[in-house]
Design a protein around this ligand. Structure first.
Ligand code: PEP
Ligand code: MG
Length: 760
């Protein structure tokens, strides 16, 4: 055999011949027959075969070298034999001895027993295998890298041919087996609870590559060149927007993006693919496919993350070169939609029309992913970690998302829809009953007014105040604004947001928490000095610790808050205070900005109230020292419990292990209630614990009278409050905490049930 000089030359030679075949007027089957001849000849292989997916099976459609009688007879299931394995894993196999592979399955009708070497590549369309192209050889030898690359390129051409000729019988669901066109159940991890029904919408609409083989290679090269330029420009612009007055940090912002955008290896591989005769789109896709195949073999999550970034950029480039720029958000949602994505950024989620966006299903995602934090605030249910998601769901499929149970049904049968609707209606009824409590005050049965506030973090959360009738915003997580930005928000955007929030709240108080980033809320552009990840980020350089060190950030925020609250009351709360001096240092930063504004003769806030979050147990030991300096204290039970139990709040393995209804936590909080009472400061619980009925009942029992909770919980908590007699639950808890029963949750539940309270 004459060894080709390069992958490009080898592939180009084949493509030139394929081009003629494609342009001819013959039918698809005739074209396939010619294709196997061309490839077999070019690669000097006795056998070349094409298997295509039909009715969920990989069917031999054309072959040179195998028995012709096997054509349209030999069929393999996905995952069966070498061909099925290639399709199932979307991977390339290159074997000197086919029979030595554990997945080898012998088909006597093909007469393939005399061939030893085997190489096969998947024919991919829309990220799914729709067929397999393979070559076989008598002589046991592995195929050269250049030959494999040539095969991969040819596979792309075939994917175009197949699509045009509609050879794969499923019009939309390429790669879907017959079984997968019926109902299917997806399982995943509940990231945000809730029910939703809607049509599957892919966040990144698939770009249909119309033409694979180039007419004019030079023109294609130019198109890629321009797209690269445009993409780099876009990234530079993003970096340029990161002006916030923090010395140099934003330099790090798009480091990874930039690294890839200017990566010569990547550009070179795309150019090589163009050299081999592909169009710009096909070349980008071709390189991306290879990256994807590599990603599948990488077990290192850090590296996989990097590859993920490269994939994002590759998509961006593909969209630029093809002029199809928008995500599904920019095209607008036409119906109730369930968004499908591998992963999603928080900003991208916010671009969707809230009225139409009913749910999100992700292939990746974790409880602490930024997008999940934001979705929770938006009240959009999210199911994450659904394996093989994009292979199971097609654009436009009807989906029933039940994030409460961690499942979703694709293409449900009518009976399933009915059952789901019934459940959904019940849940809506409950919501409506809660909504009716909007104007009802949370007064206990014994006549004590409980303060029920909500947690928020974005401008869009503000309508919840009126919708729930809550008493104010007990926790405004200012870092949300940072999480939704790819870059540090511009200096002038902050006061505007805070002013809008205060306007929207009217007479109701808003407690602004200064940025709590670091830990599980990592900002790509604000890294630790050494750029390394931390081993224990939750206990690491985060929240006030970070803010006091990077004081430009705190300074800018202090100025923004003070300006925004001109003429009104400003409530500021510092997160993760561990020692009193940290509180004082943070307050001093505000004092300095206040002085600055005073010198500038600016209108100042009418009053400023400073508070701290109690999240680190050590602070509870020095309440007598810090309390006189505070206007309020807020217990962040999310972090507090993680530190009390030494259990990472974002570790799913520990999620169910320790109960909020434990004597340790309840005794702790009861003690804090007692120790702060003499100082007359407001004491609130603002963690997730307060939003659950049974937990809230226990909190009332240990003396908590103020809660700040997720908006959806306001109704259920008001309903609970109205049934409670504080003396009664107080003495019940005193009893249990004096001599803790083995199952406090069970006791409390039974106690409540005996009084006609059915609580979650
Ligand atoms: C908490 O820790 O309980 C809290 C309310 O803050 P976050 O969840 O934002 O850490
Ligand atoms: Mg916290």
């Amino acid at each position: 055999m004459t060894m080709p000089l390069s992958a490009a030359a080898s592939a180009r030679e084949i493509l030139v011949r394929l081009h003629d075949v494609m342009a001819a007027r013959s039918n698809a089957q005739a074209k396939l027959n010619q294709v196997v001849e061309i490839i077999g000849e070019a690669l000097d292989s006795e056998v070349c075969s094409i298997y295509l997916l039909r009715e969920g099976m990989l069917e031999l459609f054309a072959t040179r070298g195998l028995e012709q009688g096997a054509v349209h007879i030999t069929r393999m299931a996905i995952g069966e034999g070498l061909v099925g394995t290639i399709a199932a894993n979307i991977e390339t196999l290159n074997l000197a001895e086919a029979t030595a592979h554990p997945d080898f399955s012998y088909r006597p009708e093909t007469g393939e027993d005399k061939y030893h070497s085997f190489a096969g590549v998947p024919i991919v369309r829309r990220e799914r295998a729709v067929g397999v192209l393979c070559v076989q050889h008598v002589e046991p030898r592995r195929y050269e890298e250049v030959e494999i690359e040539a095969l991969q390129t040819v596979a792309m051409v075939l994917s175009e041919l197949i699509a045009n000729a509609e050879l794969v019988d499923d019009d939309a669901g390429y790669g879907l087996s017959a079984a997968q066109t019926g109902p299917d159940q997806l399982r995943g991890l509940t990231l945000v609870k809730g029910l939703a029904s809607g049509q599957a919408v892919y966040h990144q609409p698939r770009i249909n590559i119309e033409h694979v083989v180039a007419e004019d290679t030079e023109a294609e090269r130019q198109r890629v060149f321009l797209a690269f330029d445009k993409m780099r420009e876009q990234i530079e612009r993003m970096a340029g927007q990161a002006e916030f007055g923090v010395g140099g940090e934003h330099e790090e912002v798009l480091e990874t993006y930039k690294m890839f955008a200017y990566d010569e290896g990547w550009a070179r591989r795309i150019n090589e693919a163009i050299d081999s005769g592909l169009t710009a789109e096909a070349a980008i896709e071709r390189v991306q496919q290879r990256t994807r195949m590599r990603m599948r073999q990488i077990d290192d999550p850090l590296l996989a993350d990097r590859m993920h970034d490269l994939e994002d950029l590759s998509n961006r480039l593909l969209r630029m070169v093809s002029g199809q720029l928008g995500t599904a958000a920019s095209m607008g949602l036409r119906n109730d939609a369930i968004l499908i994505a591998r992963n999603l950024g928080p900003a991208e989620l916010l671009e969707y029309d809230r009225r139409r966006l009913k749910g999100v299903i992700l292939e990746e995602g974790s409880l602490t992913a930024h997008v999940v934090i934001v979705a929770r605030a938006m009240g959009v249910p999210v199911l994450g970690r659904v394996r093989g998601l994009r292979g199971l769901v097609r654009e436009g499929d009807h989906l029933l998302l039940d994030a409460d149970q961690g499942t979703a049904t694709v293409r449900p049968a009518p009976g399933m829809v009915e059952a789901f609707e019934a459940r959904f209606a019940k849940s809506r009824e409950r919501q409506a009953a809660y909504a009716a409590l909007r104007d009802v005050e949370p007064m206990t049965r014994c006549g004590t007014r409980i303060t029920v506030m909500i947690n928020a973090g974005l401008r869009d959360d503000m309508p919840n105040l009126a919708l729930t009738g809550a008493d104010g915003i007990g926790l405004f997580r200012t870092e949300f604004q940072f999480l939704v930005s790819a870059t540090l928000p511009q200096r002038e955007r902050q006061p505007r947001l805070y002013r809008d929030v205060l306007d929207a709240a009217g007479d109701k108080p808003v407690i602004f928490r200064t940025v709590d980033i670091g830990g599980d809320k990592v900002l790509p552009y604000l890294r630790h000095d050494d750029g390394e990840g931390e081993e224990n980020p939750a206990m690491g350089w985060r929240a006030l610790r970070l803010a006091l060190e990077r004081d430009g950030l705190l300074k800018a925020q202090a100025r923004a808050l003070l300006e925004a609250a001109a003429g009104r009351t400003l409530n500021v709360m510092f997160p993760m205070v561990s020692e009193p001096w940290e509180f004082e240092a943070a307050k001093a930063a505000f004092d300095k900005q206040l002085q600055f504004l005073r010198n500038q003769k600016k209108v100042l806030p009418e009053a400023i109230r400073y508070g701290a979050m109690l999240e680190v147990p050590a602070l509870a030991e020095v309440l007598d020292v810090i309390a006189p300096k505070l206007s309020f204290l807020s217990i962040g039970t999310n972090d507090l419990t993680q530190f009390l139990f030494a259990a990472d709040r974002s570790n799913p393995k520990l999620a169910e292990r320790y109960d909020w209804l434990s004597p340790a936590i309840l005794r702790f909080i009861r003690r804090v209630v007692g120790q702060t009472r003499p100082f007359g400061i407001d004491l609130t619980v603002c963690g997730e614990m307060g939003g659950r009925q049974l937990e809230a009942l226990a909190l009332l029992g240990v003396g908590i009278r103020r809660l700040s909770i997720t908006p959806a919980a306001v109704g259920p908590i008001k309903e609970l409050v109205r049934k409670v007699d504080l003396a009664e639950i107080g003495s019940a808890l005193d009893g249990w905490l004096a001599a803790p029963p083995p199952n406090l949750r069970g006791e409390l539940q039974a106690w409540a049930a005996a009084r006609g309270m059915v609580l979650d």
